[in-house]
Design a protein around this ligand. Structure first.
Ligand code: SF4
Length: 787
């Protein structure tokens, strides 16, 4: 065995157990680390590794340990990009100190996004809106080390979003360079360290990595914010990466910008603009009230397009007027502001070049180039040119099949190595998924349906009473979050429980309070679906108010699904929902000693014929048990509160690790357990599994034809399944068109590949006409007589 592999194994087998004072070594974590070390070897030609490792694998350490070991004594560094602040904080608190102790990290740096930093210029501009925080911010400016919001909150107190927004950094690096506070500003000094080559580990967010890479790709002279060629990039929470990239390319027009712009317009244009703007605003508010799902991306209605179109000549006229009357003394040129709004409207209405949508929750319009899928691929290609790129997440695939993800990311299976690991937890013992059987559906025509809301709150109240707090409630819109929060306020007060809501303080601060105050209830949407990790008794109940489906004709997802239009629901919309749902459910069990219940207040899990059973089956296959009985749920809580479920990690065996010849120096073992073999050989040949839809189609055909139901092991690949179905029709002398047209192909490539099959080698049975049959019967009966 190569020395570096040996040293990596001894880190997991000896140093980590000593550090954690536990004898546990996780087989899948060690396997993942070995796979990453193998991928990083210069002799390994692949530059992208995709890892799906569910909660409990210990993927952060499983990736950081081999990566940091690999860059020792070289000029290479590691950049670790996450999507959520929570994970960044967790890495700095937990993994980094351990690796520092092991001597693998010397200079780590947490490079957070801009909105997490304090700016003294903003403070001066908005002093009157700081509601008593003025003195603390002033003092912070002189005392701060980093300028980060979290540091402020540790020194003083939680700061609500509305206050923080008044002081957060908006200036560009160039503007900071011209600021009078430049020499002493802690934010500027800290942010300048982001590119310091002596940082051996930089922890940052997706946005800063993407922005820096786009800057590096562009021809202008914009600088990188974080290093884009460190040598090794770990992209964690990768399920969000594509949308985060889209966020950087989007052009967003908020309705309030249209309102604000009016004061810059010459008088004769102002009233005209006011009329159209008011009409548009009212139209959007009416639409928002009409919709059940307030959040999500919707196609822009024709009426709104017409109104935007109507604004163009007014703004053009105003622009001409403003340009010819420029006042040199104005610090802000209003013509620039009008022009920027005009450009955004042009982008929105240019349907040939862009895809556009409206989001009613914050009354905004967004457009993005139709070339986005190609742009995304270009970004990945840029990242891999001078780095080894490790893409990982707990949820990337539909039941272990990377095909849909690779299609959405426009990556070929030959370009990447894929690895998928199963969870080390025993969900059967540790968890239940509860879908109450008396749920009320939302009445679509009512903005806030009081019966629907009342029913949900009733269930939530009973559950938080049973668990005495210790609950995370996840909603799918801010509006719903506020409604539920309002309804729980009195009840939690009576029960003496702390009620926390997203937005009251930074995400990191809220998570910390939630962890520390065991009897608390946290209610949130977006940021808490992933990244929040609360092992232990502070979180034993996760309540989801709704299945997190996207809008059915979400224009952005339609763009990502270009080429998959025939089955957009199964290939894009359903996997999108499942990734979010899995993320949300994954908040519950974070440790082998954890237990709890996920409650889904959405009857569709049982009532929807198209996907209800798929959802249940997907989680049941991981060991989760579903229940509809409140009593069972209460009994489960009671039982686990008394005696923790007895769950242990699978025993670690070095001999069962798959170690490549690159690391072991020996030929690869052949007699390995199948599951592990699939994981490690996936790189050589992408294993395409039969999808749930394909099995269901198979079962439907068997039922129709009166054949035995079941899922024969020999039909393990979609091709084998297709051929078996084809044979059922072909050999029966029936038209195979039904199979050819109705088979649920996973993509166009599969359809094209299977279409070449023509039943070669199969025997067609000959179906006799009635006349032929009569003649045969006659011949047979005369033969019998002769005999
Ligand atoms: S240097 Fe930049 S961050 Fe600091 S006060 Fe000035 S503008 Fe704000």
């Amino acid at each position: 065995m190569k020395a570096e592999a040996e040293s990596l194994l001894s880190a997991f087998e000896q140093i980590l157990p000593e550090h954690y004072q536990s004898s546990i070594v996780r087989q899948s974590q060690v396997q993942m680390a070995i796979d990453i070390l193998d991928f990083l070897q210069p002799t390994n030609p692949k530059r992208i590794l995709i890892v799906e490792a569910p909660v409990g694998t210990g993927k952060s350490l499983g990736a950081l340990l081999p990566a940091m070991q690999f860059v020792q004594n070289s000029i290479k560094r590691v950049l670790y990009a996450t999507s959520t602040i929570n994970l960044q904080g967790q890495l700095m608190r937990e993994e980094v100190p351990l690796l520092q102790k092991m001597g693998l990290i010397k200079k780590p740096l947490l490079a957070m996004g801009k909105s997490n930093y304090y700016c003294h210029v903003e403070f001066e501009n908005n002093m009157e809106k700081l509601e008593g925080f003025e003195g603390k911010f002033s003092q912070y400016f002189t005392d701060a080390d980093t300028g980060q919001r979290n540091d402020f909150e540790n020194l003083f107190e939680p700061v609500p979003n509305a206050i923080w927004e008044q002081v957060l950094l908006k200036a560009s690096r160039f503007e900071c360079g011209r600021c009078r506070f430049w020499p002493t500003c802690p934010t500027r000094i800290h942010r300048q360290r982001f590119l310091n080559p002596s940082n051996d580990l930089v922890i940052t967010n997706h946005d800063q990595l993407i922005r820096s890479t786009l800057n590096a790709m562009s021809e202008d002279t914009s600088e990188e914010i974080v290093p884009t060629t460190p040598g090794v990039i770990i992209l964690d929470e990768a399920h969000d990466f594509q949308e985060n990239h889209a966020g950087q390319l989007e052009s967003v027009l908020h309705e309030y910008e249209l309102g604000k712009i009016k004061r810059f317009l010459p008088k004769d244009c102002r009233s005209e603009m006011n009329q159209v703007e008011q009409e548009l605003r009212q139209f959007m508010i009416n639409e928002r009230q009409r919709l059940v799902s307030k959040n999500g991306r919707y196609s822009i209605p024709e009426r709104a397009k017409l109104l935007l179109e109507k604004m163009k000549p007014i703004l053009h006229k105003a622009l001409n007027n403003l340009v010819s009357n420029i006042n040199q003394n104005d610090s802000r040129d209003p013509s620039d502001i009008v022009e920027s709004i005009l450009i955004k409207i042009d982008h929105l209405l240019d349907e040939k070049a862009n895809i556009s949508w409206v989001e009613y929750e914050d009354l905004s319009f967004t457009s993005i180039t139709r070339k986005f899928p190609t742009e995304f691929r270009k970004l990945l290609m840029q990242l891999k040119v001078r780095n080894k790129l490790i893409i990982m997440s707990g949820t990337l695939t539909a039941e272990g099949d990377f095909t849909s993800m690779l299609e959405r990311w426009r990556l070929g299976s030959h370009e990447v190595i894929t690895r998928s690991f199963s969870s080390p937890f025993d969900f059967k013992k540790q968890a239940r998924i509860y879908v109450p059987d008396n749920l009320v559906r939302h009445r679509g025509h009512v903005e806030i349906d009081p019966i629907y809301l009342g029913n949900q709150v009733q269930h939530i109240k009973k559950l938080i009473e049973a668990t005495n707090g210790r609950t995370l409630i996840l909603t799918t819109s801010k509006q719903h979050m506020d409604d539920v929060h309002q309804q729980l306020h009195e009840h939690t007060k009576q029960l003496n429980l702390t009620l926390l809501k997203q937005g009251q303080a930074s995400v990191e601060r809220l998570s910390k309070t939630f962890k520390e105050e065991e009897h608390s209830v946290l209610i949130g949407s977006g940021s808490f679906y992933s990244g929040l990790s609360v092992p232990g008794k502070s979180l034993i109940s996760v309540i989801l108010t709704k299945l997190p489906f996207p809008v059915p004709d979400d224009p952005y997802l339609s763009l990502i699904g270009e080429g998959m239009e025939d089955d957009l629901f199964n290939l894009v919309l359903y996997p999108n929902m499942m990734v979010k749902l899995t993320q949300a459910i994954g908040r519950l069990i974070r440790d082998i000693k954890d237990y709890g219940v996920v409650t889904i207040l959405d009857p569709r899990v049982y009532e929807n014929d198209q996907y209800g059973h798929l959802i249940r089956r997907a989680f049941e296959s991981q060991g989760y048990q579903f229940t509809r009985s409140e009593q069972q749920v209460f009994r489960f809580f009671k039982r686990c509160d008394k005696n923790l479920p007895k769950v242990t990690y699978k025993q670690y065996k070095r001999s069962q690790l798959q170690i490549s010849t690159r690391l072991s120096g020996k030929p690869e073992k052949r007699n390995v357990p199948r599951k592990v073999a699939v994981e490690t050989h996936a790189a050589k040949k992408e294993v395409v599994k039969v999808t749930e839809q394909q099995w269901l189609f198979y079962e439907r055909v068997c039922e129709l034809k009166g054949k035995p139901l079941g899922r024969p092991k020999k039909l393990r690949s979609p091709r084998a399944l297709y051929e078996a179905l084809y044979a059922m029709f072909y050999t029966g002398n029936e038209d195979v068109k039904f199979v050819v047209e109705e088979f649920p192909y996973i993509n166009e490539a599969q359809r094209a590949e299977f279409s070449t099959y023509n039943g070669a080698g199969l025997m067609r049975s000959y179906r006799m006409s009635e006349e032929e049959l009569a003649q045969l019967q006659q011949r047979l009966s005369s033969k019998n007589k002769l005999a």
